[in-house]
Ligand binder design. Structure first.
Ligand code: ADP
Ligand code: LRH
Length: 496
């Protein structure tokens, strides 16, 4: 059987890309055909996604994918970041630009939600970690706005793009699980939570699962992209992290994963949720994964910290080269200044070097002075947060991890991978960087009958075809232990 061409659309918070995957039973070849920046736009006080620019990028990417595949695609799948949505009016038209999860409209929404449904009950029902921008908080913040009043339908971002491409509306389950309206035990809506919060579940089109058909590209889309129809779309793990976890090239189940891009999403793959009070206190989430799995993980600020430093230096007229910074950081003094990379204070954009320096000062640590020192501070801090998440996930779930897989853009960052190995004391397998696109394409290929089997089979294909890099733990264990204690604010002895 000749490999079949699938287009995987993956919209990340920092860039969107369309990848062409040629998949056969024993082959998996991934090629980037189009990448475009994802730049949020502030209008007045509100931070928006530029959703039409993203859609333009998707169309250009599909055209490029078609051209690279000889005009014919076996399928298209789309994944993107979670929690955000667009509202449609009765005619199906988009009501306003989707609001960015880093917008401050959700300030105070958690208190409003807590007054309606106590956090313990909300966690017991949904298993979702508290992130200030979960969809429920956004909807509560939007309550009473003319836009929400006029809305007849709510589509999560990848479902919105899929709707524009096919004219068919659905709500993909892995991404729906990030709304905080889904019960991870039944894998369907929690009518109780919705009712208590006064959220109308009728806004959401029917749930659908990875592997389900998602319609075919509209004639207008074929004309825009030069593709020969029919081109089927398949539902994939439309939450990018769900697709990225499919794309983890693990053997067995004794592994932790860290999907590192704008965020670091660090945790374990489980077959059932952990809904304990300890789990809530540790802010672990039970997002739904592909094939009935649960993504038991914690959000860590991730390379956002570095992206925002780079943006600040550029705006200040001192642009920096990432490769040079990383080379410098590798030689910089280790663990000199560290911050809590889980701190929601780093969520909003702007002034990142200053905020990092202030956090170091508050902790009684030296403030980084140069871009290289800031870079080292961010990477040491991320490695510590990775360690803590990997340790906590094991303790809370009763499962163990003998290997840490790093996927996503951060897999390119050799220093981050090495520091994560050093901090966790575990071997790190780095790659693929485009795990989300690979997971997206593999789920499509399986639905098309090109490959078969469960996640272990898909992962075996990844291992056999994708270049991976290996990092053994090294460095000064005692120094990492001491820094970990300092950052968690807990005595190690108390934990043991
Ligand atoms: P997202 O999907 O959230 O947009 P990505 O997974 O694309 O993010 O990761 C983007 C990040 O990956 C960048 O901010 C950068 O820190 C890191 N990265 C990408 N390529 C490289 C590289 N060649 N060397 C070092 N870091 C890289
Ligand atoms: C990563 C991600 C993450 C969510 C955040 C909003 O791109 O999807 O899993 O928590 O964006």
């Amino acid at each position: 059987t000749t490999p079949q061409p699938f287009a995987a659309v993956d919209l990340g918070a920092s860039s969107g890309r369309v990848m062409l995957a040629r998949v056969g039973p024993e082959t998996l070849d991934l090629r980037e055909v189009h990448r475009f920046p994802n730049r949020p736009v502030r209008v007045g006080r509100t931070l928006h996604w530029d959703v039409l620019a993203l859609y333009r990028g998707v169309l250009d990417g599909l055209r490029a994918a078609g051209a690279a595949a000889g005009g014919r695609l076996a399928g298209v799948g789309i994944d993107s970041w979670a929690v955000d949505y667009g509202l449609l009016d009765e005619s199906g038209a988009l009501l306003g630009n989707p609001v960015h999860y880093r917008d401050t409209r959700t300030d105070g929404a958690a208190e409003k939600v807590a007054a309606l449904l106590p956090p313990r009950e909300l966690y017991a029902a949904t298993g979702l970690q508290h992130l200030p921008f979960n969809t429920v908080y956004q909807l509560v913040a939007a309550r009473g706005t003319p836009q929400l009043a006029a809305a007849r339908r709510l589509l999560m971002i990848p479902d919105l793009i899929a709707y524009w491409l096919t004219g068919e509306a659905g709500t993909e389950i892995t991404n729906a699980s990030t709304t905080q309206l889904v019960d991870p035990r039944t894998r369907t809506w929690s009518p109780v939570v919705a009712a208590r919060l006064g959220i109308d579940l009728g806004l959401f089109p029917p749930l659908r699962s990875p592997g389900d058909p998602a319609g075919t590209l509209l004639p207008e889309v074929l004309a825009e992209t030069g593709l020969a129809g029919p081109v089927p779309m398949t539902v994939v793990g439309s939450h990018d992290t769900a697709s990225a976890v499919v794309g983890v090239p693990a053997t067995g189940d004794d592994f932790a994963y860290i999907a590192t891009g704008t965020w670091s999403l660090a945790g374990l793959e489980l077959d059932r949720p952990v809904l304990t009070e300890e789990s809530r206190a540790a802010n672990f989430t039970n997002e739904l994964g592909v094939d009935g799995t649960v993504r038991y993980l914690r959000n860590i600020m991730g390379l956002w910290l570095l992206q925002e430093c780079l943006r600040a230096w550029e705006a200040g007229g001192e642009p920096q080269d990432l490769a040079a910074l990383l080379a410098g950081a590798a030689d910089a003094a280790p663990l000199r200044s560290v911050v809590d990379a889980g701190d929601p204070a780093f969520l909003v954009p702007g002034g990142m070097p200053r905020r990092i320096a202030e956090a170091c000062a508050r902790a009684g640590l030296p403030e980084p002075r140069t871009p290289v020192e800031f870079t080292r501070c961010v990477l040491d801090s991320l490695a510590l947060a990775h360690r803590r998440a990997v340790e906590d996930a094991q303790a809370l779930s009763g499962r163990t991890a003998g290997t840490v897989h790093i996927v996503g853009g951060g897999a390119h960052n050799a220093l981050l991978c090495q520091l994560t190995a050093d901090a966790t004391g575990l071997p790190v397998v780095a790659g693929p960087a485009e795990a989300a696109a690979l997971g997206n394409a593999l789920v499509q290929a399986r639905a098309a009958g090109v490959v078969d089997g469960g996640l272990p089979r898909l992962r075996a294909l990844l291992r056999a075809t994708q270049p991976l890099r290996y990092y053994d733990p090294a460095g000064d264990r005692a120094a990492w232990d001491e820094a970990a204690d300092r950052i968690t604010g807990r005595a190690r002895t108390a934990r043991e």
